[in-house]
Design a protein. Structure first.
Length: 310
């Protein structure tokens, strides 16, 4: 019978099984070859085997726990290195910038637009004033982004997650996010290219933007392109404690499928297609007239312009 399931009965107490530690304690009090009412005959070989087995089990458990702690510590270090560092200066710059932009938008609405809306819309002027305020705030954010880039140009490169470039990039991200949010009531599918141009992206004519763009100053989309629903085109990546900024260029007539991700530094040639759900890695160059797909994206086949436009 296995040592972990030895039945025993004692006066005033009954149980179906005895644990390994209790069993080892009972065995240690007996001489090999003797008998016990609870344990029965205890031969020498059984006591030795049990002691070795329990010792090995205890050592194995300690080794596993040690490995678990090492893995958890490694994951914690990796997570800490990937967390975006935010400093008090970031909060100060963002708060002051948003407050100044909000004040300018409010002043323009209150002193320029409100007098006219009171005369035209009477008691309903509050609704119109609110929409004008949102629109003015969004335009002011776009203007602030352009002004920051004009005074302190942000070039492609690898930057440490501390210092002026990283701080400027975070400020631009805040201004862009607030500006896009304020303009969202006015941003239809057809207006998305216009909003992207306001914040610095280069968008050609006859282009459909069903997905999302980040880092607008680093994005260039030629005319006749299609960016599918929920696709993402980003000009930045945060990895190994660094901020990576690269230009992303999408050639004329190219198509980015639904849910595809285009990473910084990628270039998609004219009339090429990125399949739905594909991930184009950092710095990938896709030649014109090719179909790429998968994670990471790889060449599938050549395609002909006549096949695409038929």
């Amino acid at each position: 019978m296995p040592f972990a399931a030895v039945p025993y009965k004692t006066k005033g107490y009954s149980s179906d099984h005895i644990g390994p530690k209790r069993l080892l304690s009972r065995i240690s009090t007996l001489r090999p070859g003797s008998r016990d009412g609870a344990l029965g005959h205890v031969p020498r070989i059984h006591s030795v085997d049990f002691a070795r087995t329990y010792s090995a089990f205890d050592q194995g458990r300690a080794a596993v726990w040690k490995n678990v702690k090492i893995v958890v510590a490694d994951l914690a270090n990796r997570a800490h290195s990937l967390v975006m560092k935010t400093e008090p200066l970031d909060f100060i710059l963002a708060t002051v910038s948003i407050a100044a932009i909000g004040f300018i938008a409010w002043a323009a609405t209150a002193f320029v637009v409100a007098p006219a809306t009171r005369m035209l819309f009477h008691e309903y002027h509050v609704v119109i004033d609110g929409l004008v305020l949102l629109f003015a705030f969004g335009l002011a954010c776009a203007l602030a982004v352009r002004l920051v880039l004009l005074l302190w140009p942000l070039s492609p490169g690898d930057y440490a997650m501390i210092g002026r470039p990283f701080t400027e990039w975070k400020l631009l991200a805040v201004l862009t996010g607030f500006g896009q949010g304020a303009l969202s009531p006015f941003t239809t599918e057809f207006a998305k290219p216009v909003v992207a141009r306001l914040f610095g992206a280069k968008i050609g004519g006859d282009t459909a933007l069903g997905g999302g763009l980040t880092d607008f100053p680093f994005i260039s989309v030629a005319s006749g392109c299609i960016l599918g629903r929920n696709s993402i085109v980003t000009g930045h990546a945060l990895t190994n404690g660094k901020l990576i900024l690269r230009h992303v260029r999408i050639g004329q007539g190219a198509t980015v499928g639904v849910g595809a991700v285009i990473m910084p530094g990628a270039e998609i040639g004219a009339d090429s297609i990125v399949a739905a759900g594909a991930v184009v890695p950092l710095g990938t160059k896709i030649p014109p007239g090719q179909l790429w797909g998968g994670i990471p994206a790889k060449r599938i086949k050549e395609i002909h312009v006549t096949d695409i436009r038929a």
